[in-house]
Design a protein around this ligand. Structure first.
Ligand SMILES: [Zn+2]
Length: 502
């Protein structure tokens, strides 16, 4: 209003010419839309293995983007919730508090997921519990856009999985939407709004999922592939529904493709099925780029591609290659721990929770038995170390004092450590060893789980291949300088200055 009055007064006087507010040249170079694309379980080497066969979105990113060839996650465990919590916060679990897909909540004694929130309800579907970012302790780029006080920014997250929609978008997001498989509908929670937005309800009414069910062979793999199509179509609806890229400032859309993870777990990185879904992802992204081009203009958008983690090769294949690796049951480790504690302190139920292969002990039992917690942890750690193919075991107290071996693996475990939510032991298997009975998995600090793509594409970026060390925690600080907003509160990476145009 003040500006309008000043402008009206100025119109009547030539004197005002020199008092005109200075427009910052950088403003016009800011993108109208930032799109964060996360592919769930996507190894960097998929880009190089299949490059000659890409013709769509991945080809565009590789040909015209800034491609980081040596980008890693620098934390453990390399799982979905943690990866997604890092991409737009730049924060390690040691700051964000997101230490796994699930952990034991010491306050309630209950096992929780990264997005469990009993105080919110599900929207878009009646009678189910909601999810929220309430356990995320840091800000994201989207939150910083919101808090910058500039033109209103809209922030939206979309995925099949709740945690993958919620984590990158952050706490102040206008909405996060995920897919409820049984009903075939996208849902959200009362964390974001009281009423499910009309555009999203309309999308659900279109019954898009039914169309994909008609395609030949609706098996798990086909369902997986349809997952990416469904997310992309919903992202298009979100761009239209929220007018993303057209709200006068910079809007942010985070979209995460989960289908690659489903197929990858079942078949492994060397399978025909992973090859196929990677090429399919290339096509899905082509459709998305076309849509953004028509709606917002590609020159007005900034795209970032990454993954939430890599994956290990299938152990049986590794054995045929005469490489190390194999399978073990995590119950073998837990049984060894329980036996050692029973032998030493008497029989009891010591383990009351877990996060992946890492156990939580009953602290009340240990206190009531007048036992020294640190000594109990050491006893258990020694038992776990004696299990074949366990590479390293850390206790919670060791990590609290920063005593992990200071190599890359130790540093990654330390970065994944947040005391209030930490397990009593962190157990790392030898490279290529899995706790799964079939298929394959991820979660370790070894490089096959940590090496992922980082590609930036937009007017602010110098295309090329960049071979220097980069980390996924670098994405958020880099976006912050491009968007000219403050650094997210827990961001620990560097600005990728080598690829910035100007
Ligand atoms: Zn996974």
């Amino acid at each position: 209003m003040k500006r309008l009055v000043a402008a009206a007064l100025c119109a009547a006087s030539f004197l005002c010419a020199q008092n005109r507010p200075v427009t910052r040249p950088v403003a016009s170079q800011r993108p109208k839309l930032v799109v964060m694309i996360v592919v769930d379980q996507f190894r960097y080497d998929y880009l190089t293995r299949f490059r000659s066969e890409f013709s769509g979105g991945l080809k565009r990113l590789l040909d015209r983007g800034a491609v980081f060839t040596n980008a890693h996650y620098e934390h453990s465990p390399t799982v979905t919730a943690v990866g997604h919590s890092i991409v737009l916060s730049g924060a390690m679990p040691s700051s964000s508090g997101i230490v796994g897909n699930e952990w034991l909540d010491r306050a309630t004694g209950k096992q929780v997921t990264s997005v469990t929130d009993d105080n919110v309800a599900l929207l878009g579907l009646a009678g189910k519990k909601g999810s929220s970012p309430t356990r995320l302790l840091v800000s994201t780029v989207g939150d910083e856009l919101k808090m910058s006080g500039r033109a209103p920014a809209k922030v939206v997250g979309v995925s099949i999985k709740d945690r993958s929609a919620i984590m990158p978008a952050g706490r102040m997001a206008d909405g996060a939407y995920w897919f409820d498989k049984p009903s075939g509908r996208f849902v959200s929670s009362t964390w974001y709004f009281k009423q499910f937005p009309e555009w999203a309800a309309k999308f659900n009414d279109r019954k898009i999922v039914e169309k994909f069910k008609d395609s030949a062979g609706f098996d798990k793999t086909a369902e997986g592939k349809a997952g990416n199509d469904i997310v992309e179509l919903f992202a298009e609806a979100a761009i239209e529904g929220e007018n993303l890229g057209g709200n006068g400032g910079t809007d942010l859309l985070s979209m995460s493709f989960s289908a690659n993870d489903t197929v990858g777990h079942a078949k492994g990185p060397d399978s025909a099925e992973v090859h196929e879904i990677t090429l399919h992802t290339d096509k899905v992204l082509a459709r998305f780029f076309d849509f953004v081009d028509k709606r917002v203009g590609l020159s007005n958008a900034l795209f970032v591609l990454t993954a939430d983690h890599g994956v290990a090769p299938v152990p049986e294949l590794m054995q045929s290659r005469r490489m190390p690796g194999g399978r073990m049951s995590d119950t073998v480790v837990f049984d060894a721990i329980t036996k050692a504690l029973n032998d030493r302190y008497g029989e009891a139920k010591w383990i009351v929770g877990k996060s992946g292969p890492s156990p939580y002990f009953d602290h009340k039992l240990i206190a009531d038995s007048k036992l020294d917690l640190e000594e109990v942890q050491q006893t258990a750690a020694q038992a776990a170390r004696n299990v074949p193919h366990i590479a390293r075991v850390f206790t919670r107290e060791e990590l609290r004092r920063g005593l992990a071996l200071n190599d890359r693996i130790g540093q990654r475990v330390q970065n994944g450590f947040f005391y209030p939510r930490a397990s009593d032991l962190v157990i790392i298997p030898e490279p290529y060893w899995l706790f799964e009975k079939s298929g394959t998995s991820h979660g370790t600090p070894w490089n096959y789980d940590s090496h992922v793509p980082i590609v930036f594409l937009g007017a602010q970026v110098k295309p090329g291949r960049y071979h220097g060390a980069a980390s996924v925690v670098d994405i958020a600080p880099t976006l912050s300088v491009i968007l000219d907003v403050d650094l997210p509160s827990g961001a620990s990476g560097r600005v990728l200055t080598e690829m910035l145009a100007q």
